[in-house]
Design a protein. Structure first.
Lengths: 365, 64
């Protein structure tokens, strides 16, 4: 027979809570929100109910990462507890909306709130760096989306250094893991861009990317963030906060890399164009040199002509001073001793006359 | 040319060499040699792109 266990009320409550924590740690309960209220701006209380039962839930307001309204269906994880006042409640650690309706409602409420704060401002968006060499990736390497991303990246470009932070990409614990990975990359500053990727899934699967803390962490990242979540039609609040959005993980790989075949072709064309350009430059140089030679020859000829003209003018002057020219005009040259009785010579244009001097006297002017 | 030059750095260098042909420093006397260098660099880049693999490191950090 077992000895009777006697405990005080406090001891019983403590023991019960230890058992509850041990037995139900990590439990997730799904139900509908009712009687949601926030007390003194610090404490959140709501009931989680289904058709037959009600569970009182409690959490501090800073842990409320999705907006809640009565009627929303949510999945809450946490620890059941008996308070010292004898009330049974569920201390919530994580909440995610469940089902399309609740997810959509929560999405719209949070989107309006964060948009008002400016988290989605297009002016805040940074472009991807020009020459990417170091990339940070946050994803689950077991996921199909990751495999597609790596395959496309390897096909398109080489020489990249990629660091992958392994995280969950769905479920209540995923948001905190992704936030930690963002913090890791931001603190080390070794990558030029951070890519958050996961493949397609249901609205429940992708709900983590509407977590308020995660959206804020993406918006606050010092390193540009690119997201590729789900399929093309899926748009999450994380996408709205990111600097660049890819439609899928494969599209993110295309955004982060150039097509090497196209790049090689482009570079070859640039170099081939150089050849044509060079030939044009050489021909132009030849033309310019030829023109210069002709120009020098022209100038030389001009100078010669000028010199010849000067020579002609000089010849005319000399001709005018020639004694024969003077004689042609009817003048005569007298030569010999001009004393009376001497014979002197008179030269005209066509005669030489010898004559005797009779008398010589001075002229009066 | 450094052995550690990345593909992007080689492309950057090639673009600068090409720009020289269109710039004010262009010298017909050096053009043939520079053109030959550009051809060689394109071939090198093509070889790198077709041969180089991406380095993927899965971090050992636990983010849970």
């Amino acid at each position: 027979m077992q000895p009777e266990l006697k405990l005080s009320v406090s001891e019983f409550v403590d023991t019960l809570n230890q058992n509850l924590e041990y037995s139900y740690s990590g439990v997730t309960v799904v139900g509908e929100v009712a009687s949601f209220k926030v007390n003194q701006g610090k404490w959140v209380f709501f009931d989680l109910k289904d058709d037959e039962s009600v569970l009182n839930c409690f959490l501090p307001v800073f842990q409320l990462r999705v907006p809640l309204e009565d009627g929303m269906k949510v999945a809450v994880s946490g620890i059941p507890k008996l308070t010292k006042w004898g009330k049974f409640s569920f201390t919530v650690q994580n909440i995610l909306p469940v089902g399309e309706g609740s997810i959509k409602k929560s999405f719209e409420l949070l989107k309006a709130k964060l948009e008002k704060e400016g988290l989605f401002d297009p002016l805040k968006k940074r472009p991807l760096p020009e020459r990417l060499e170091n990339i940070g990736v946050i994803s689950s390497p077991q996921a199909a989306g990751y495999a597609d991303f790596v395959k496309i990246l390897n096909e398109r470009w080489g020489g990249l250094k990629i660091k992958v932070a392994k995280t969950q990409v769905q479920g209540t614990i995923a948001a905190d893991q992704i936030i930690k990975a963002l913090k890791y990359f931001n603190e080390r500053n070794e990558v030029q861009v951070i890519a958050i990727i996961r493949g397609g899934g249901s609205a429940d699967d992708l709900a983590v990317f509407n977590d308020e803390s995660l959206v804020r962490a993406i918006s606050a990242s010092k390193i540009p963030v690119v997201t590729g979540i789900g399929h093309e039609i899926d748009v999450s609040l994380s996408d709205l906060a990111a600097d660049v959005v890819g439609s899928t993980p494969s599209n993110v790989a295309q955004l982060l890399s150039k097509d090497k075949t196209a790049e090689i072709l482009h570079l070859k064309e640039k170099v081939l164009t150089l050849k044509t350009n060079l030939i044009e430059k050489i021909n132009r140089q030849i033309d310019e040199n030829g023109s210069q030679i002709i120009s020098v020859a022209d100038r030389t000829i001009e100078r010669i002509v000028l010199e010849l003209t000067h020579l002609e003018e000089k010849a005319k002057v000399l001709n005018a001073l020639n004694p024969e020219s003077v004689l042609k005009q009817g003048y005569a040259i007298l030569s010999g001793n001009l004393s009376p009785g001497n014979v002197v010579q008179i030269t005209t244009f066509d005669k030489i006359i010898e004559t005797e001097v009779k008398n010589v006297r001075k002229r009066d002017y | 040319m450094s052995e550690k030059e990345t593909i992007n750095q080689k492309i950057e260098r090639l673009n600068k060499e090409i720009e020289w042909f269109y710039g004010d420093d262009f010298d017909l006397g050096k053009a043939a040699e520079n053109y030959k260098e550009s051809i060689e660099l394109v071939k090198e880049i093509e070889k790198d792109l077709n041969g180089l693999k991406n380095e993927i490191e899965i971090l050992s950090e636990d983010f849970s």
